[in-house]
Design a protein around this ligand. Structure first.
Ligand code: NAP
Ligand code: HSE
Length: 439
């Protein structure tokens, strides 16, 4: 019987995800090794605080507070960067790649900020960088885009990419639960980022959208060039109003490419989705992504988007690819590391991003207010489709929800600025998009 080759793994970051990878690789070692045709050695893991009590126990001798020692250890073949952040994580990643190692990362913030440098370093030194866990948790979405859909030019990718936000929105919608309590639950369950504002303000979704846009279109789009809006101003009342209109509310990333004009648009926005849309019914920590290609049509991917086990599943899938690469000298990825740059592609200007809108205003409950609001909208050529007025908890105030016919981002922005300046408008207006997606 021939003996199996042995590969050694180091884990930088032993928190929610790092412990999940260790736990599942240990628990299912025999099956995974048989599937991969290799022996796997979990050599070391790094943490910041060596004294912290952890759910997954490993020998003290295997723990270090020095992730760079793992990244540069000549005995380690595969380095998993599961620390998060863009400082030390970048150093660790580049140090390992510069030694020709395989780096596996779940760190979308890092890839978004430093992806170009990371892939260039990998190419220069013969290293490899895998990142299945960085987008949509346990859904093998990166693999689907890189391998299964290689025949396609992508026209639209949209979806729920943040488990924490979807969990919060679901709890608000189904249980009228207060925002702060639900956010605390999401942290306890290991869904949220160490800095949870990355989740709720839309930045984590933007980082993931940047990774997808780069894979699909070969262009790095930084969040400061996207529309990025979070969920913190959505209230249980918005869900009730949306439901009367026939919609649910989801935080979506939307990436569209018009291949005729070569304009790309990447945005993150709380969106009203028709109740019949599959994504409107995806709840809790689940993510769901719709990918439309010119050859395949529309394909749909649903699964857990965050949490220890789902994310560990994605990291271990990359370990499988790493082992295949080490054993056979090549991987299966058809696009990605050398994604062709879309040299003619440019970002669509705001006036070319069209859609319908939901605007909620807290206004003085007085005669003439609706007329003033309507006049501002008319001035900016934004046509009103419906108006719903409900009482407000605030004395002497009312909540006014307007939906619009199709307009564009420049017009709606100007309208909101103008509305926010009216004396009869008591708070900054809330804007949601209406997603008329029929697939
Ligand atoms: P976490 O629970 O906060 O774990 C981070 C680990 O890295 C901890 O062990 C921490 O040490 C260590 N660490 C952090 N900063 C460090 C530093 N400056 N020096 C040394 N060690 C440091 O985070 P996580 O949820 O596992 O997430 C890890 C990565 O996976 C992040 O990039 C995240 O965005 C990504 N991700 C997470 C999920 C999820 O569901 N949680 C899903 C997909 C992707 P201590 O334990 O001693 O503090
Ligand atoms: N905080 C992220 C989320 C983790 O909630 O989706 C998965 O990337």
């Amino acid at each position: 019987m021939t003996s199996l080759p042995t590969y050694t793994i180091g884990i930088c970051g032993f928190g929610t995800v790092g412990q999940g990878v260790w736990k599942h690789l240990t628990r299912a070692r025999a099956t995974i090794e048989a599937r991969l045709g290799a022996k796997l050695v979990l050599a070391r893991a790094s943490v910041r605080d060596l004294k912290k009590v952890r759910g997954v126990k490993i020998p003290a001798a295997k723990l270090t507070a020095d992730p760079l020692a793992i990244a540069t250890d000549p005995k380690i073949d595969i380095v998993c960067e599961l620390m998060g952040g863009t400082g030390l994580a970048r150093e660790v990643t580049l140090a390992a790649l510069a030694r020709g190692k395989i780096v596996i990362s779940a760190n979308k913030a890092l890839i978004c900020a430093h992806g170009a440098e990371i892939f260039a370093t990998a190419r220069k030194h013969g290293g490899h960088f895998f990142f299945e866990a960085s987008v949509a948790g346990g859904i093998p979405l990166i693999k689907a885009l890189r391998e299964g859909l290689v025949a396609n030019r992508f026209t639209r990718i949209y979806g729920i990419l943040n488990g924490t936000c979807n969990y919060i929105l679901t709890q608000m919608e189904e249980h009228d639960a207060p925002y702060a309590t639900v956010l605390a639950d999401a942290k306890r369950l290991g869904y949220a980022e160490a800095d949870e504002s990355l989740d709720v303000d839309g930045w984590d979704t933007a980082h993931k959208a940047a990774v997808l846009a780069w894979l699909a279109h070969g262009m790095w789009v930084q969040p400061d060039r996207m529309i990025v809006e979070g969920i913190s101003r959505i209230t249980p009342a918005d869900f009730k109003t949306a439901a009367t209109l026939g919609y649910g509310i989801k935080l979506l990333a939307v990436i569209t490419r018009d291949h005729a004009t070569d304009e790309l648009s990447v945005r993150v926005q709380p969106t009203l989705l028709p109740e019949g849309n599959v994504l409107a019914n995806v709840s809790g920590v689940f993510n769901a992504v719709s990918v439309t290609g010119d050859v395949v049509g529309t394909t749909l991917y649903i699964g857990r988007g965050a949490g220890q086990d789902a994310t560990a599943s994605a990291v271990i899938s990359d370990i499988g690819d790493a082992v295949a690469l080490l054993r056979h000298g090549k991987g299966a990825h058809h696009m990605g590391d050398d994604a062709p740059l879309c040299s003619d592609c440019r970002l669509a200007p705001p006036e070319r991003i069209r859609g319908r809108y939901y605007v909620r205003l807290s206004v003085k409950d007085q005669p003439g207010v609706l007329a003033r609001v309507a006049s501002v909208m008319a001035k900016h050529h934004v046509s009103i489709a419906s108006v719903i007025q409900t009482p407000s908890e605030r004395a002497g105030a009312a909540s006014l929800v307007l939906t619009t016919h199709e307009s564009d981002e420049r017009a709606i922005r100007a309208t909101l600025k103008n509305l926010g300046g009216l004396a009869s408008v008591l708070e900054e207006p809330v804007l949601l998009r209406i997603g008329d997606f029929n697939d």
